[in-house]
Design a protein around this ligand. Structure first.
Ligand code: AMP
Ligand code: ZN
Length: 493
């Protein structure tokens, strides 16, 4: 029997404001769409946090045996500097400033995004569509919404008529805003805008003569509005009604609210059962964001080159740090937090390494099966990763007790313990054990050969303190030197 049949997952749904029992539309299948990055700059650690939350969620569904179609797009057009349909396209602006093609900007930062996510051990999504690859689909949706009387064309641009839509639907149901407040709080139009009402949002924008990212359409040479791409790509690959839509908390309004409005106007049904929102990574008490300069780049974490941190950290340590917080809580990025996570991470990995040579007995003094279910219970409770990690530390204690002869485990329980830890620490949380990471580049070999040579020189100079130090510290890093007739060789564990 598939695991998912034994586990009931509750997910906090932004649409209902509570944790709902997750029931997939098609038994055994999960369709999940997550808004991807706008590829006009390097991803910062805040962006990574949101994508990591959904990576963990994707991993858990897969672990349970669901057939998951996970769609995460690349926004390579249409995202303007400002949410109110104003300002330059972010990618076009970067291209202008750097004097390169917009698609060079897209390529550069898409590659950066993939490289960084790989270093953090992300699983690739099932489909990674781009906005520019779905212009035709977006034009077709606009035509249909115009036909239904819920969008209008002015001077080559097309806007969604929010007030008209709200007569029969509820604009604001996701973000909890009501239309009167929105009308009251939205800046009045300055006479330059073609919109009937300031709440309306662009489905298609006519391109100014200098705007190089443009496509022909029935209304003008122009480009689609940002919200529309996600409606086009999610429905194309997951259908008009699918299970889960996710993104960062800051996308709930207006982006996701507008997605719901467009899809309902187009198809007459609500597009998504469960809306999930991951909370923000903050630094210095403020949201981490590229626009304010309050951010840290993943590469700076890996090389320690940033004034907010005192040293370099492994990607898995940063991953562990982020998963020690619930995905719906704000997380404060601090060096002290990372240091504490690093300690915890290595304590966990060392205990896992101890499992390889643990002595077994005829009885087990710890209820492994009950413990295993507590890990599932934590994940079933809205993917509560900090509780999973706390549970893992419970067995770290038990492993040390076995080692010290204060507790016992049978062979079959040891096997169960191992597979359960592997599932949760590596398959679901996506951590990587540093002692298992193999270096295939030959760089490790080169560095160790150099240290072997330095050790030989130290010995020749009768500096045995140094030669022992090199041997011992390599051993601590999992590299064992072996002195033989043909010289010194090494093995890694
Ligand atoms: P963008 O590339 O700006 O479209 O953002 C990509 C994703 O990162 C979106 O889901 C945002 O909600 C998310 N995001 C942006 N800033 C942060 C932050 N400080 N913490 C967590 N997620 C963030
Ligand atoms: Zn989106």
């Amino acid at each position: 029997m598939q695991l998912y049949k034994q586990q009931d997952i509750k997910i906090y749904n932004s649409l209902t404001g509570k944790k709902d029992l997750f029931t997939p539309i098609n038994d055994g299948y999960v369709g999940m769409y997550v808004c991807g990055p706008t590829v006009y700059s390097n991803v910062h650690l805040g962006n990574v946090r949101t994508f990591m939350s959904f990576d963990m969620i994707f991993r858990y569904f897969k672990h349970l045996g669901y057939k998951v179609r996970y769609v995460r797009n690349i926004t390579d057009a249409g995202h303007l500097e400002n949410d109110a349909d104003e300002g330059e396209d972010r990618i076009a602006k970067k291209a202008r400033l750097e004097e390169i093609e917009p698609m060079e900007v897209v390529q550069r930062y898409t590659v950066d995004f993939h490289t960084i996510l790989n270093l953090f051990n992300f699983l690739p999504p099932s489909i990674e569509p781009t906005a520019t690859g779905h212009i035709i689909e977006q034009i077709e949706i606009i035509k249909s919404i115009i036909d239904k009387g819920l969008a209008y064309e002015v001077n080559g641009s097309v806007y969604f008529d929010v007030l008209k839509y709200n007569e029969t639907n509820n604009y604001g149901k996701l973000s909890g805003r009501n239309i009167e407040d929105l009308i009251h709080n939205t800046r009045a139009l300055d006479g330059q805008s073609d919109k009937k009402n300031p709440q309306d949002f662009a489905l298609w924008k006519k391109a100014e003569p200098q705007h190089i990212m443009r496509w022909p359409s029935p209304w003008s040479d122009g480009f689609p509005g940002w919200h529309l791409e996600c409606t086009a790509m999610s429905t194309k690959y997951l259908g008009e009604h699918f299970d889960i839509h996710g993104g960062g908390m800051d996308l709930k309004f207006p982006h996701h609210e507008c997605e719901i409005a467009q899809a309902e106007a187009w198809n007459g049904q609500t597009p998504v059962n469960t809306w999930m929102h991951a909370n923000m990574l903050i630094m210095n008490g403020k949201k981490m964001a590229k626009s304010t300069g309050n951010y840290i780049l993943p590469n700076e974490i890996f090389n320690g080159n940033n004034s907010h941190i005192t040293k370099a950290y492994l990607p898995s340590v940063a991953r562990f740090f982020m998963l020690q917080a619930n995905y719906r809580s704000v997380l404060d990025f601090t060096n002290d937090g990372l240091l504490a996570s690093e300690k915890g991470f290595f304590r966990l990995m060392e205990a896992i390494d101890l499992l390889t040579n643990l002595k077994t007995d005829s009885t087990t003094t710890f209820d492994i099966s009950a413990w295993k279910q507590t890990c599932y219970d934590a994940m079933n409770d809205d993917f509560n990763s900090p509780v999973v990690i706390a549970n893992l530390f419970e067995v770290v204690k038990f492993i040390h007790q076995i080692k010290e002869g204060k507790a016992t485990i049978t062979e079959s329980d040891l096997k169960l313990l191992r597979t359960t830890i592997d599932s949760f620490a590596f398959d679901i949380l996506g951590l990587e054990n540093p002692s298992k990471i193999k270096d295939n580049s030959g760089k490790l070999e080169g560095a160790v050969e150099l240290l072997i040579k330095m050790r030989q020189e130290a010995r020749a100079n009768k500096d045995f303190a140094l030669s022992d130090k090199i041997r011992d510290e390599l051993l601590e890093a999992g590299i064992q030197l072996k002195d033989g007739k043909e010289g010194t060789t090494f093995t890694t564990n």
